[in-house]
Design a protein around this ligand. Structure first.
Ligand SMILES: [Zn+2]
Ligand SMILES: [Zn+2]
Length: 349
């Protein structure tokens, strides 16, 4: 089978590998689509970061080289020993987290914070391949009306949904999203799914703003309007009920901390590449807070699948598919240059 194998910085090859066999408690999945994530770009251009060059991961036993891909959907083709809760032919999406089950976060149900967490496609051979094997606790069956293409987006949409929940907002609340990339879009869908109608996406790129507007989102250009002044004006100085940073740059954090209401959160879902210097006195004076968020649990997957079943997610204009053979030039390079928003990889091509 064909697979995208990571061998180190700027070194990903499309190789011919043996198909994996499902062990006890695992299923074999024929991959339909696998999304390219910002994490994959970081591994390729700046890594290895999460991928271990030598030491095998304590849970998966795997180090480099590794098949990439943690955002994928597919169809079950084979069951490992002891698997009774799933069937051959099931259309599924994968929640790619391996956890220890024993550390404090695991015991309290927050296994997205497991102290020895591993990811399928980073610390185990992933979904940028024609086939992969996963443990049954990573499998979610797709509702009948949810397409396999949409199934490949459940992972990033669950990242955004988990962040949206941590904003602790209700349907009458207002929200600001900084950054109109895939996670910003996912936040918009998630907050809409939670019933919010007063949401603005702050995004400097005119192309991204146009794409968001076509989906029905209201946008603000931070290079043209003073966002904190506008929000203060609109809300009688109260501010928004939650702000979300999916941009990860200092001006976004500074602006967001000026827009959020008293005792309300700025939820950070960005990968901050550099330390930030930003005045926190406005945090203190209004008892505002910064809330970090990472990944998701199965509850978020189930919530996103429920919203997808209701027809809540629209991929028009921001999701495209490329061939696996074009992964580096047509995928990584295009995304890095900002010419594409979200790309799904077809492993059969
Ligand atoms: Zn990802
Ligand atoms: Zn754990």
């Amino acid at each position: 089978m064909r697979a995208a194998v990571y061998h180190g910085n700027s070194n990903v090859k499309i190789e011919d590998l043996f198909e994996p066999d499902p062990g006890p408690g695992q299923v074999k999945v024929k991959v339909h689509r696998n999304g390219i994530c910002g994490t994959d770009l970081h591994e390729y251009y700046d890594g290895p970061i999460f991928i271990s060059p030598e030491a095998p991961h304590p849970i998966t036993g795997k180090a480099m080289p590794v098949v990439l891909g943690h955002e994928f959907s597919g169809t079950i083709t084979e069951l490992g020993a002891g698997v009774t809760e799933l069937a051959v032919g099931d259309r599924v999406t994968i929640e790619p987290i391996y956890r220890c089950g024993e550390c404090r976060p695991c015991r309290s149900g927050h296994y997205n914070l497991c102290t020895t967490i591993a990811f399928h496609g980073l610390m185990a051979d992933g979904g940028m391949a024609e086939y992969t094997v996963v443990p049954v606790n990573q499998v979610h069956v797709l509702p009948e009306s949810v397409s396999l293409d949409l199934g490949a987006l459940v992972e990033p949409m669950s990242v955004a949904y988990h962040a949206a929940k941590l904003g602790e907002v209700g349907d009458q609340d207002s929200a600001l999203i900084y950054g109109g990339g895939p996670i910003g879009i996912g936040l918009w869908f998630a907050l809409r799914g939670l019933g919010l109608t007063r949401i603005d996406v702050v995004e400097p790129s005119p192309e991204r703003r146009a794409g968001l507007e076509r989906l029905g989102a209201s946008t603000l250009d931070p290079t043209a309007v003073d966002v904190p002044a506008l929000i203060a004006d609109r809300t009688n100085g109260d501010g928004v009920d939650a702000a979300f940073d999916a941009a990860g740059v200092a001006p976004a954090v500074e602006s967001a901390l000026n827009c959020v209401g008293e005792r309300r959160p700025l939820v950070s879902v960005a990968i901050y590449e550099r330390p930030l210097e930003t005045p926190l006195i406005n945090l203190v004076l209004r008892e505002r807070r910064i809330q970090g968020t990472i990944c998701y649990t199965s509850e978020d997957y189930q919530a996103v699948l429920g919203l997808m079943e209701q027809g809540h997610y629209d991929t028009t204009g921001w999701v495209d598919t490329i061939a696996l053979s074009d992964l580096v030039d047509g995928g990584f390079a295009e995304l890095r240059a900002g010419r594409r928003m979200k790309l799904l990889v077809d492993p059969t091509q």
